[in-house]
Write a protein that binds this ligand. Structure first.
Ligand SMILES: Cc1cc2nc3c(=O)[nH]c(=O)nc-3n(C[C@H](O)[C@H](O)[C@H](O)COP(=O)(O)OP(=O)(O)OC[C@H]3O[C@@H](n4cnc5c(N)ncnc54)[C@H](O)[C@@H]3O)c2cc1C
Length: 478
């Protein structure tokens, strides 16, 4: 970043200028109004800001950013604040300005001939899904926070979720972007073309950049055919190797119809049963782990069910699963999904814990799970493991909870050593320390330590080229 010797405007000067230039209806300056915008969803970070700006359209975002650029005021872009790495929380600089996209919530167009949707960045993901459904189309991006997170935040974090195994990450669903650059200029990249090989694909820079290169104000999304038929089953398995082989068998027999392939251990299920009433397992006995399988298709439900039954019958014969429950009702499907989706909340209720959102080459998962468990136990005996995740795309949530009877300060006392043990194993197995949640503040040190130095150098050059004054979301990622 460039450094000039001119003193930076003080918080009071920033406030005076913003108040003079901006419509009062988009400016929050009172501490009580600012407070909700300077803390993260998990309650891990508390930052500072001199003001919160809530622009209503792209031109207003541009005006806000232009002013901040002139004042060299650091900007924290903010979506739904469901990010799990503290990326939307400003740091301790009292000169920070939060720019929230929550008022930019209009769907601009839905085109069912081109199968695209153009939306403001502040649209809530769940609302976009429902709008697509009303047009008999499917927006496959789906995650437990979908009724709080917004599409700009999803793009900025390159969110994953439960359908990645079939449809890919957010990046795979974005055709174009509109972005306000750090100097306030508007880049109109709202491309709806499926094919466009004219030079560098600039939108890719902003996808997953966590607000460090500009503010996304508009998004062009691909829409997919709606799956009218759904087949859901829970398979009990003895070990992760069998989960891997089961995935391979299903991939061969059901192909692209695999919509989700989610894994969780019995410890996760027990935790959910402890904290969520009436969560009954469909099996009579406990098993080491479970895989939640969902198939989706545009054909008839009977055909899909037959395909699922046949594939799981073969898996039972090959002893890849020990028991199988195929859902026969919407209520049962909902129950199966709740077993998986309530794990995070159950772990929260259980007390302090460490989250590790990691990815691995899928074939390495069984070996990783064995060696990481040993490393964790050696680092802090008795640490409880809660392992679950999007197994089909190699993404595990390798979460740790304190040993029985350990102090509540366990996470701060021993977290660094435990996380290092997990990350070392991830890297040793060719994986990534962030699969879908990003870097934010939480993983910044680990990212700088583990990432390839040349990749870091290139990223810094890109940052310098687009944001030479370093005002976009400082303290995040790089
Ligand atoms: C219960 C729960 C379940 C979750 N499950 C998943 C999951 O399965 N998969 C997954 O990937 N994530 C998951 N998440 C994490 C989170 O929902 C995603 O990271 C989501 O994409 C964040 O969107 P947001 O609108 O809340 O962004 P925020 O938290 O507001 O921001 C996230 C980052 O994006 C930046 N940003 C926000 N808006 C913009 C913008 N318009 N322009 C530029 N930068 C911007 C922020 O500065 C910040 O760095 C989960 C979270 C919760 C709470």
């Amino acid at each position: 970043m460039s450094h000039s010797s001119t003193p930076l405007p003080a918080p009071a000067d920033i406030l005076a200028r913003l108040s003079a230039e901006l419509d009062a209806s988009i400016l929050l300056t009172q501490p009580d109004d600012i407070a909700p915008y300077v803390r993260d969803w998990r309650g891990m970070y508390l930052g500072q800001a001199v003001a919160v700006l809530r622009p209503r359209n792209t031109e207003e975002v541009s005006h806000c950013v232009r002013l901040c650029h002139e004042l060299r005021a650091p900007i924290s872009p903010r979506g739904g604040n469901t990010g799990l790495c503290g990326g939307a929380t400003p740091d301790q600089d009292p000169r920070n300005v939060v720019i929230s996209l929550d008022r930019m919530n209009q769907i601009r167009t839905i085109d069912t001939l081109a199968n695209v949707m153009v939306a403001d960045a502040g649209c809530i993901l769940g609302e976009l899904q429902r709008a697509a459904e009303a047009e008999h189309r499917f927006l496959p991006l789906s995650l437990a926070a979908q009724d709080s997170c917004v599409i700009g935040g999803n793009v900025a974090t390159n969110a994953g979720g439960i359908n990645v195994v079939r449809y890919g990450m957010t990046r795979d669903l974005v055709l174009g972007l509109e972005v306000v650059l750090p100097d306030g200029e508007i880049w109109n990249g709202l491309n709806t073309l499926r094919k466009d090989n004219t030079g560098y694909d600039l939108k890719q820079l902003f996808i997953g950049a966590e607000g460090t290169l500009g503010i996304i104000t508009g998004v062009v999304l691909k829409l997919l055919p709606q799956c009218t038929a759904r087949g859901v089953a829970l398979a009990a398995i003895d070990n992760p190797q069998h989960a891997l082989e089961l995935f391979s068998l299903l991939y061969r027999s059901c192909g692209q119809r695999i919509q989700a392939f989610e894994y969780f251990t019995h410890d996760c299920l027990e935790l959910v049963q402890t904290h969520v009433p009436q969560m009954r397992s469909p099996f009579d006995a406990p098993y080491a782990g479970y895989v939640l399988i969902e198939l989706g298709d545009t054909t008839d439900e009977a055909g899909l069910s037959a395909l699922l039954e046949e594939a799981l019958g073969e898996a039972l014969e090959q002893e890849l699963c020990v028991d199988v429950a195929i859902s026969t009702s919407l209520a049962q499907t909902t129950q199966f999904w709740r077993m998986r989706e309530e794990i995070s909340e159950a772990q929260r209720a259980d007390g302090p814990h460490l989250k590790h959102d990691i990815s691995l080459p899928i074939g390495q998962i069984p070996d990783f799970m064995a060696s990481a468990a040993q490393r964790v136990e050696a680092t802090r005996p008795g640490t409880r493991l809660f392992v679950f995740g999007h197994f089909g795309d190699g993404n595990l949530h390798y979460n740790l909870s304190r040993p029985e009877g350990a102090a509540t300060s366990w996470a701060s006392d021993e977290g660094d050593a435990l996380t290092e043990a997990v990350y070392d194993e991830v890297i040793r197995h060719g994986g990534s320390i962030s699969a879908e949640h990003g870097i934010g503040q939480l993983k910044r040190h680990a990212f700088l330590e583990y990432k390839d130095p040349l990749a870091l150098k290139l990223m810094r050059q890109i940052k310098q080229a687009l944001d030479p004054h370093g005002i976009m979301n400082p303290g995040k990622v790089l």
